[in-house]
Ligand binder design. Structure first.
Ligand SMILES: NC(=O)c1ccc[n+]([C@@H]2O[C@H](COP(=O)([O-])OP(=O)(O)OC[C@H]3O[C@@H](n4cnc5c(N)ncnc54)[C@H](OP(=O)(O)O)[C@@H]3O)[C@@H](O)[C@H]2O)c1
Length: 261
């Protein structure tokens, strides 16, 4: 067992949204050996129950509830009930999210509003509600899963990319206002989950268990930002530095590259 990870994670109370699949599910598997008291939230309860049963022997404790992050009252009552049981909240992992194309030609208001409500409203409901418990403790961590899609306005996926840059800006602002707390914003590249399985070109694709290990290490190192994998980090910074005119041209090409065939 990694000593730095054990020192940071052992005995912590950790809330994770979107624990029923993909990155959230893998994070629970990665953290369970450290004896964590989990609060698992997502709409589907069954996969979370199966996960808790599978990890029963790990020594971690599991508290789970069906929760739609688009509904503020559901988030508030789930977090309050968990804190009542666990006594405190050490780490809140704002992870739930959905993707999807929202180009001009395929614009669909239901889809657009669902992405905004899940990725932006849902993330803010989760983060703010958790902060209301963490701030009085004067100690604690908010981790937010943004995306490399936040590098620029992504052609074909403008709504997804604005939700992810919006979340990153929220984290930056809160970190400046509340310097006593840890804020870690993570920008994953492509990880093999249901979210991007229709995408034909998933550069430097990683598997969820490997991604989860990288992320729990980055949080234990108290990083403010973490972009992975490394080649994607290079692309992220290069693309951010491109002049607007060049990015416009490149962005138009990207829309074709990322469209499912
Ligand atoms: N996979 C990648 O390559 C990648 C890259 C960059 C960023 N990300 C981000 O990573 C996060 C996790 O995504 P993933 O890749 O693990 O995809 P995923 O396998 O589809 O998981 C998404 C999770 O979000 C939950 N969720 C969706 N809508 C929800 C709602 N209204 N209320 C509560 N939970 C909801 C889902 O649970 P229920 O359906 O049970 O509610 C599920 O557990 C997302 O924020 C995504 O944007 C992923």
């Amino acid at each position: 067992m990694n000593r730095r990870l054990a020192k940071y994670w052992t005995g912590k109370t950790v809330l994770i949204t979107g624990a029923s699949s993909g990155l959230g599910y893998a994070l629970v598997e990665a953290l369970a050996p450290y004896g964590v008291h989990f609060c698992l939230l997502s709409r589907r309860v069954e996969p979370m129950q199966e996960l808790a049963a599978k990890l029963q022997a790990s020594g971690s404790q599991f508290w789970l509830r069906a929760c739609d992050v688009r509904k503020r009252a559901e988030v508030e009552s789930a977090v309050a009930d968990f804190v009542k049981t666990a006594g405190r909240l050490d780490v809140a992992w704002v992870n739930s999210g959905i993707g999807g194309e929202t180009s001009y030609r395929r614009w669909d208001w239901d889809k657009v509003e669902n992405i905004l409500q899940t990725n932006l409203n849902g993330a803010l409901y989760t983060a703010h509600t958790c902060l209301q418990h963490i701030v009085p403790q004067n100690q604690g961590t908010i981790v937010a899963i943004s995306s490399v899609s936040a590098m620029r306005g992504l052609a074909g996926r403008p709504i997804y990319s604005i939700t992810k840059i919006g979340l990153a800006y929220y984290m930056e602002a809160m970190a400046a206002e509340l310097p006593q707390l840890q804020f870690t914003t993570i920008y994953p590249g492509f990880v093999d989950t249901a979210l991007n399985r229709g995408n034909p070109r998933r550069l430097w694709l990683m598997m969820p268990p490997q991604a989860a290990q990288l992320m729990i290490k980055a949080v234990a190192k108290r990083k403010r930002e973490y972009i992975y994998p490394f080649p994607m980090k290079v692309v992220f910074h290069l693309v951010r530095a491109l002049p607007a005119g060049l990015y416009r041209w490149l962005g138009g090409k990207m829309i074709e590259l990322s469209r499912p065939r």
